[in-house]
Design a binder for this molecule. Structure first.
Ligand code: HEM
Length: 369
């Protein structure tokens, strides 16, 4: 469905990603951190990191002109985080037993609190609102060139465009009756909401853990800073009150050169190892194709088709044979490892899962961190 829009090479050369980094990270986020630092006032970094990623992923999906600007609108951001936190404890029954849950609800038995529906409605409205904005802005656009419009900055709705074209062509090819306009809209909203959920908390938590670990290690911060300054052009933020640089914008080094920084890479890998943001079970079902024989996994033989098996990053990442002193956050383990040791560590590294249901946003996540 998503072709290569989330692939490493596409993201690395994407003008949209570059524009979003400049607008969201440099023009909006860094001045907030700078102001807090200058005033010596604390800020809730988890909240800001969530806002950055909400803005980033929503803008990548729908175009920056069509989304809420959570970073500069703390009320909307706080409400979103509140809704997400309320809804997180639920979902088991409706996800695992959707028919039973609907049937029981129909006869007045609620397996989940009845008020949960209004929380989901509010979350859904946000996504539907962004979808509607894209439709409206495409109409405005068709009336004239983008530069003439009211937007200060315009970016392509990359994921929206891709999904829409795929759904339209697959619905025409496969279904005898193509999707109606409202079915198409709800299918789009459902899929895109999934991307927003999958992208935001995961990346925001990882970045927050990175900040937490670095804040306890000033020496490591110094080393990381000098690594970032070794880039060409160096990654240096020009303070917004610097008369020579009234615009805090900086020229960004290429994504490839940032990717190649060993210490930055080690910090990211070690944080995802110790604090994987999806630490729990990732289930898979043993396939039941006709004639298929029972499979063996890790010494368990004859597991029948249809059985649910699962593994979890939390445990895999704490294998002492591969990661000595597994509870210690130590980026050096990645730098000091031999080729063979690193290969073994990567074999056990499961922050993004693997196989057909692996995270499709892993390269976007790397880029974002
Ligand atoms: C640090 C950041 C992230 C982590 C740790 C993470 C981790 C994961 C994991 C463990 C899974 C399940 C994989 C499995 O079942 O094997 C997953 C699925 C998914 N992730 Fe991510 N993810 C991150 C960021 C993102 C981003 C930025 C996106 C952007 C769209 C994204 C989109 C998705 C989607 C759509 C799925 C569902 C794939 C499917 O079931 O077919 N993720 N992610």
């Amino acid at each position: 469905m998503f072709g290569n829009i989330y692939s490493k090479s596409t993201l690395r050369s994407s003008p949209t990603i570059r524009d979003l980094c400049e607008e969201i990270v440099i023009r909006r986020f860094l001045p907030i951190i700078e102001a807090a630092a200058v005033q010596g006032s604390p800020i809730n970094v988890l909240e800001y990191n969530s806002a950055v990623y909400m803005d980033f992923i929503c803008a990548f999906i729908f175009g920056i002109q069509n989304v809420a600007n959570f970073l500069q609108n703390s009320k909307t951001c706080k409400r979103w985080l509140e809704l997400r936190s309320i809804s997180k404890g639920y979902g088991f029954w409706s996800m695992e037993f959707p028919r039973l849950t609907s049937l029981l609800t129909y006869i007045g038995i609620h397996l989940e609190p009845p008020w949960l529906g209004s929380v989901w409605d509010e979350i859904t409205d946000l996504c539907l609102g962004m979808l509607q904005s894209v439709d409206l802005s495409s109409e405005i656009q068709s009336n004239g060139p983008v530069e003439d419009q009211k937007w200060r900055i315009y970016t392509k709705p990359v994921v929206y465009d891709q999904l829409l074209s795929q759904l339209k062509s697959s619905s025409c090819k496969q279904a005898s009756v193509p999707l109606s306009q409202s079915q198409l809209r709800l299918t789009m909203a459902s899929e895109l909401m999934d991307h927003i959920f999958a992208a935001t908390d995961t990346t925001a938590w990882t970045l927050t853990y990175i900040m937490h670990e670095l804040s306890r290690r000033p020496d490591l911060q110094t080393s990381l800073r000098s690594e970032l300054r070794s880039l060409s052009p160096p990654l240096i933020y020009h303070r917004s009150n610097d008369k020579l640089n009234e615009d805090p914008m900086l020229e960004l080094p290429s994504p490839r050169s940032i990717d190649d920084l060993p210490l930055l890479d080690a910090v990211l890998l070690e944080t995802l190892r110790l604090r994987p943001s999806v630490p729990g079970s990732q289930p898979r079902i043993i396939p039941s194709s006709p004639g298929s024989s029972p499979v063996s996994i890790c010494g368990y033989t004859k597991i029948p088709a249809g059985t649910r098996v699962s593994s979890q990053a939390y445990s895999l990442h704490r294998n002492e044979q591969v990661f000595p002193e597994p509870e210690v956050w130590n980026p050096r383990r990645w730098l000091d490892a031999s080729h063979e040791q690193r290969d073994e560590m990567m074999k056990w590294f499961w922050a993004f899962g693997s196989g057909g249901r692996m995270c499709i946003g892993n390269h976007l996540a790397d880029l974002g961190e």
